[in-house]
Design a protein around this ligand. Structure first.
Ligand code: DON
Length: 307
């Protein structure tokens, strides 16, 4: 039996189930450019390690990748500086909201993990120091891995975040006061908002995540991460990728995953496949309601999970 006859029916079944269950989530409104998204949109894609991709619904429609990009900047920085990164950012779940400031003071400006906003700012800062263009480095990587040269930033979303970026600015300045940010904070924020604004489809992001299913190997066969580093990134996704809902996500889905407030979630079945699901209605912790439900159904129906 070919894999196509394995994945396509399960995706279609999940899409039908999701359509019958109107979601309770709401699009993110603290970034005004995202508030207008229709919460009924739904797309899902599965990519196999060889680049074969399956999809259903709005799986080719670009959406705002937002915090999903934090996985790729982490991988790009880790591949350059290795374990030295972990002196500047931890790898424990925070138990707090993704944009919380509360732990930073008593933990001396070292964020709990690379996926909360504070940690992602540290990673982007360090990648920017090493490349002089962190957001450009990210974009080039996503284009190469997805095979989509048209993938790009959404300038409207980047401008909207810049105009409402006081909390991220506060995080950046606070960490700079502890010496944990190298670049001028306005330079870092510009890079970070461009990074978050990248518009990509479920197909693009499922394919771009493939290196984590291939144990660190990029689409062209070259190595980005060591096998051990790929395992580490997957582990941090599992424990920290959905913020203060990471325990619930592991319980329901049982896969490394990373959400974004655009309504996307990527997930990895190491050695088997990568997934991306998109639906803009979010729960109060910033994770897509239909997205988590769809991944829950996928692992339940296929038995593909890390547990
Ligand atoms: O910095 C922010 O708040 C957004 N650009 C990204 C937050 C995000 O996607 C959190 N994920 N659920």
């Amino acid at each position: 039996m070919s894999t196509r006859t394995t994945f396509q029916p399960v995706l279609e079944r999940i899409a039908e189930e999701i359509e019958r269950t109107p979601g309770s989530g709401r699009p993110a409104d603290y970034i005004p450019a995202l508030a207008a998204c229709d919460p009924r949109r739904f797309g899902m894609a599965v990519a196999e390690p060889d680049g074969t991709v399956y999809g259903v619904g709005d799986w080719r429609e670009p959406f705002s990748a937002q915090s999903i990009t934090k996985v790729f900047t982490l991988a790009l920085d880790l591949s350059r500086e290795g374990d030295a990164l972990w002196e500047h950012v931890g790898r424990e779940p925070s138990g707090n909201a993704f944009n919380s400031l509360v732990q930073l003071e008593y933990e001396n400006g070292i964020p709990r993990n690379p996926f909360i906003n504070a940690g992602a700012l540290v990673v982007t800062d360090r990648l920017h120091t090493r490349t002089s263009d962190a957001a450009g480095e990210l974009l080039a990587f996503l284009r190469a891995e997805s095979g989509n040269p048209e993938l790009t930033y959404d300038e409207e979303v980047a401008a909207s975040e810049t105009a409402h970026g006081d909390r991220n600015a506060a995080l950046g300045h606070f960490m700079a006061s502890y010496g944990n940010i190298d670049n001028p904070v306005p330079v870092l924020l510009e890079q970070y908002f461009r990074q978050c604004s990248v518009a990509a489809s479920c197909a693009d992001l499922a394919l771009a995540t493939g290196f984590l299913a291939r144990h660190g190997i990029r689409a062209d066969g070259t190595r980005l991460l060591s096998r051990s580093q790929a395992k580490q990134v997957n582990a941090v996704m599992l424990t920290c990728g959905t913020y203060d809902a990471a325990g619930e996500f592991a319980y329901r889905v049982g896969l490394p995953g990373k959400s974004g407030v655009g309504g996307g979630i990527i997930a990895v079945v190491p050695g088997h496949c990568t997934l991306c699901v998109w639906s803009p209605g979010l729960d109060e912790r910033g994770n897509s309601v239909a997205g988590v439900a769809a991944l829950d159904r996928f692992t339940t129906l296929t038995g593909l999970s890390v547990f």
